[in-house]
Design a protein around this ligand. Structure first.
Ligand SMILES: [Zn+2]
Length: 350
């Protein structure tokens, strides 16, 4: 009851204060150390996985290890670097994608306009011409091939030097990967290409699933009538359960702490996990939703309602975006910007 009478802005400030108290109590190891260690281990495992691939008997293990390490660097690593703005070269060398396009699409659009129709409504993930079976289980395997092509398409209109740097870094990543397989592991050219494709596509299916499961089918908002940030994120974002493999390769912020990540995007994966009880308790106390669902349950939903969710025209804006709900001021997010600035300043002080 009380939550409906308190303006959303005050709720966000209150939650931010609680989270920042948790941040202040945390050590460097908790703030950054754990995630940096996981990424460091993925880089350091390079000689080990190459050695395993060089031994014919250990090739399946080597390929699996290579796929896991590649996913840690290109999914968890590039996601964190797109938010922190550091090590963006890793996004281009490892992920074969343009850093500018990733920051623009993920940070400036997806996060800034989460579930706002026409801006951050995840419609770029929709391919209505594909059947549900192809979209959900076959097409994702093409992600390693499509990614560099999309990156090149994004270079149109960009400054020449920036485009050249992106092309060189992407080429460096692809060529060095191929060179290791050819020269160090002793693969033929065709086998090396197949191994590269296989290891880069191991996590492609969950990658596409996670991107659509956590936003599509939830509340969508009109660009003219947005809810406050805390309402936008609690109604438009969903958490999946923890999964040891995806926790390591995708990171908590993309799987089990997606709500926390959208509310506090500058927190590391480990910190999102640490503040999760605080966020969940606060939202419950204020009668705000804390949306969670099982991976298989979302998969079933998207499989059976594929047409409604992924093919038909845009959904209607949620009634959250209208003036019908008390406590929701619409159209003006200037106060939200003040909250974000306060959050950033507070985090910098820590
Ligand atoms: Zn993010």
């Amino acid at each position: 009851m009380e939550a409906n009478t308190v303006p959303g802005e005050s709720l966000m400030m209150e939650l931010n204060r609680l989270v920042q108290e948790e941040v202040k109590r945390s050590s460097w190891w908790e703030l950054r150390g754990k995630d940096c260690t996981i990424l460091g281990l993925a880089f350091m495992a390079l000689p080990l996985r190459a050695a395993a691939l060089a031994l014919a008997s250990a090739r399946p293990v080597g390929a699996l290890l290579l796929g896991v390490c590649h996913a840690v660097i290109t999914i968890k690593g590039t996601h964190l670097s797109s938010h922190s703005g550091i090590c963006l070269w890793c996004l281009q060398v490892g992920g074969a994608f343009s850093a500018d396009a990733a920051v623009h699409g993920h940070v400036k659009f997806h996060h800034a306009h989460t579930n706002v129709l026409g801006l951050g409504d995840s419609s770029l993930w929709k391919v209505p011409s594909l059947s549900r079976e192809v979209y959900l289980f076959i097409a994702p395997l093409a992600v390693p091939v499509i990614t560099p092509l999309v990156a090149v398409a994004h270079l149109r209109g960009r400054p020449f030097l920036s485009s050249l740097r992106t092309v060189l870094l992407i080429s460096l990543g692809l060529c060095s990967h191929l060179w290791i397989l050819l020269d160090f592991c002793g693969f033929s050219f065709l086998s090396a290409l197949c191994c590269m494709f296989l290891t880069r596509s191991i996590f492609s299916i969950p990658y596409i699933h996670v991107n659509i499961f956590q936003h599509i089918g939830l509340s969508m908002f009109s660009p003219e009538q947005r809810p406050k940030r805390i309402h936008q994120m609690t109604h438009g974002v969903l958490n999946l359960p923890r999964n040891p493999l995806l926790d390591w390769t995708f990171g908590h912020s993309l799987i089990s702490c997606h709500i926390e990540h959208h509310l506090f995007p500058s927190l590391s994966d480990n910190m999102c996990l640490k503040v999760q009880p605080v966020v969940r308790r606060f939202l419950k106390q204020k009668s705000l939703p804390y949306q969670q669902d099982l991976y298989l349950s979302r998969l079933r939903l998207f499989f059976h309602q594929y047409r409604e969710l992924m093919v038909l025209a845009r959904p209607s804006p949620s009634s959250w975006a209208s003036n019908e709900r008390p406590g929701i001021q619409t159209g003006d997010q200037s106060e939200d910007r003040t909250v974000q600035e306060a959050m950033m300043e507070s985090e910098e002080r820590c």
